[in-house]
Design a protein around this ligand. Sequence first.
Ligand code: FAD
Length: 472
Amino acid sequence: MTVLVWFRRDLRVADNPALTWAANTGRPVVPLYILDDDGLDVPGGASRWWLHGSLSVLDQALRSKGSRLIVAQGDPRAVLERLVSETAASALVWNRRYEPRTIAQDRDIMTWGKDAGLEVTSFNAGLLHEPWTIQSGIGSPYRVFTPYLKACLARGHDAPQGAPGGLSSPASWPVSLNIETMGLLLKASDWAQGLRAAWSPGEAEAQARLEAFMEQGLATYAQDRDRPALTGTSGLSPHLHFGEIGPRQVAAAIDLIEPGEGPATFMKELLWREFSHHLLFHNPEMETANLRPAFDAMPWCDAPDDLRRWQRGETGYPLIDAGMRELWTTGWMHNRVRMVVASFLTKHLMIDWRLGADWFLDTLVDADAANNSAGWQWVAGSGADAAPYFRVFNPVAQSRRFDPDGAYLRRWLPELSGLSTKDIHEPWAIPHMALAKAEIALGKDYPQPMIDHGRARQRALDIYARHIQGKR
Ligand code: FAD
């Protein structure tokens, strides 16, 4: 009689259709999370740290409803087979995922479950529009964002559901792993300390962030969202990634606000997330293969030392270094800065976007197969609807424009904080006197720029013209 609810990227009790379905049956419910042995679900240390917190909070939320979270580790199908047998379950439900690997896994488990005589049902908890529901006029998937956006807005979206009131327990609970001893927490305590200071995983915190943003951030979102020194964006990305909050809940909150530039821009960003999932679903190789095959001819540089300097925030370009240090310290980086650091790696240093994407997957708390690969391919120029290759962000101009008073640079590069607002964006270009006054020795206290912007830009454009231009 028992219903097994398999939690994945839906680590919440509200607007969780699989959990609600199980609760509505009135039958005993066993909520279950499986840490997949292949490690791909949580690709890096920062995501594993987040998952640890998120599972603990979900367990508490389920306990407040008279239930609990059973945690297991292994191959999902093998674990499910074991638990179906142990709990004598007659139904298995989950909310769908959209990465190629998980789609294949879901199909396999759906077939096995049905063959085994189980009632098996899946639901949508993760997207406003599942990838197959939005099609162009000729019935094909979209590759360009603007018409995709229009199609989504024309279609509207569903309202979220509430949380189930209570959950029936089985007569006895299957054994669960202890979340504390699963090895999800980081070994490097200084890394964990930075993440802890910046974030609190879990559904309640996600709701609190949404409410705070709706009250304090939404009205000025359109103006402030590109300013990394401000709290101009919602900070919801890790919560959305782990499904501690669902997009229907975010969209419903936007719907309550009077229409305007802020709400419209925020809705548009939420739909960029949907578009990334749409792209990955329809281009399952996108995490590692160029969406524009012409980019396969790109002669990327094999430069491990340059890669390391970028990763460590030691490029000598303040905006790049501030962003990379923000990433390392907090597990997150502002979107504008993500674009500039990705451009620097792929165009100034001519390093393959996949190496940058890997570093992001390891260090971001919101590391997400769809958003990350779409973001990197967009910046590198290899994406379907990508920034043109000749758009090589000038890290100094971007810094002056989006961090005009240097507050973001001072926050992450305290060694430069003695420089004036005019000088801080370009320390190598200022008179020695000014550096001496601020007690900065370039090359010692802060690196010399590792590459000249003008020359790097020209090299990137030449390579592009030789290898890519004119090809599809
Ligand atoms: P807000 O501005 O408050 O936006 C609200 C939500 O909309 C976000 O939480 C996010 O879910 C979605 N969103 C906003 N911008 C984008 C975007 N450009 N693409 C897709 N969804 C978006 N986002 C991730 O969630 N995971 C990643 O691994 C990731 N990697 C990226 C890599 C690169 C190179 C780039 C350029 C962008 C990447 N992004 C990624 C997208 C974006 O930078 C983050 O979603 C955003 O910075 C999160 O901050 P926020 O929640 O405050 O966003």
